[in-house]
Ligand binder design. Structure first.
Ligand SMILES: [Zn+2]
Length: 300
């Protein structure tokens, strides 16, 4: 081999090594259109606010290796939600939560229960006789599972080793006249970071909450409606990041300009699914990272 060939070979090997090093040190790789975030200890929480149009569905990869799905959009999103979860490399929802029995929150939940491996199911103690709700109860019963009562004081996870705590902090009472005010509110604390998921809870429910609602990341209540983000609540949460799950050109005028103004005045970053599609917020226990523009869940 000539000196020139040896030099070229050394150069090629060096380039290959540099490429391998660059790829392996990258903490964020994208597979399909879903963020895959790799950290050395694998202890990452990813909260995916799925773009289900006017509705809610949040898939959470917990740092202990388990998963949670809060709400499931309308009844035509089931297959695409399952596909999204599978594309995250997950084959089980350990904790399935229906915040309250409205179709834009539990629409696809019966389908998901029938077609996916589910650990526990949490629903508020607020029954309704809608077809969607009855189908959900039927699907849970058919799997020989029991619905757990989602109410203030229920601890879902208390994992000291991972510094991970998942608690239901509302409803304290259930206002059956307004199902929004039966919404399960969940707070997740991971290391120094915290996430709050408020369903469609309105002022009537929010003022009954006695637990600490402060959180870095707020899933803004009721698609940004004014009645779910009173100034006193926004002050108490004091979020750094606000995510609004809302449909483009919806009939309700969500999100309200008052809500947006209150969040802006707090100096909070606002992310909306109608503008950015699916949004993923990641925590390594200290730092928060937001990525958006991922897959939109199938429309009707
Ligand atoms: Zn809703």
């Amino acid at each position: 081999m000539t000196g020139l060939k040896i030099k070229r070979l050394i150069c090629a090997v060096a380039l290959c090594l540099a490429a391998i090093f660059t790829l392996s040190s990258c903490d964020s790789l994208f597979i399909f259109d879903i963020p895959r975030l790799y950290y050395p200890n694998g202890k990452t929480l990813v909260s995916h606010y799925l773009d289900v149009g006017q509705g809610d569905s949040i898939f959470i990869e917990l740092p202990n290796g388990e998963t949670m799905l809060i709400d499931s959009g309308e009844n035509y999103h089931g297959a695409s939600i399952i596909k999204y979860i599978e594309d995250c490399g997950r084959d089980k929802i350990d904790y399935l939560v229906g915040t309250h029995p409205h179709s834009d929150h539990i629409g696809s939940m019966a389908y998901i229960v029938r077609n996916f491996d589910i650990g526990s199911v949490y629903l508020p103690n607020a029954s309704t006789n809608t077809y969607t709700y009855e189908k959900l109860l039927e699907a849970v019963k058919k799997k020989k599972m029991k619905v757990k009562n989602g109410k203030a004081g229920v601890n879902i996870l208390n994992d000291e080793e991972n510094s991970l705590y998942v608690n239901i902090i509302a409803p304290v009472d259930t206002d059956v006249k307004n199902l929004n005010n039966t919404s399960i509110i969940i707070k997740i604390e991971y290391g120094e970071t915290s996430f709050l998921y408020t369903g469609d809870a309105e002022t009537g429910e929010l003022k009954t909450v006695t637990a600490d609602v402060s959180a870095d990341v707020l899933k803004v209540g009721h698609h940004g409606s004014d009645t779910s983000s009173p100034q006193s609540f926004i002050d108490a949460v004091n979020p750094k990041i606000a995510v609004i799950s809302v449909g483009e050109d919806n009939d309700y005028g969500h999100p309200s300009s008052k809500t947006l103004k209150r969040l802006e005045n707090k100096g909070c970053e606002i992310y909306r699914t109608d503008e950015l599609q699916t949004i993923a917020v990641t925590s390594d226990g200290i730092n928060l990272d937001v990525k958006s523009g991922f897959r939109t869940m199938e429309r009707e």
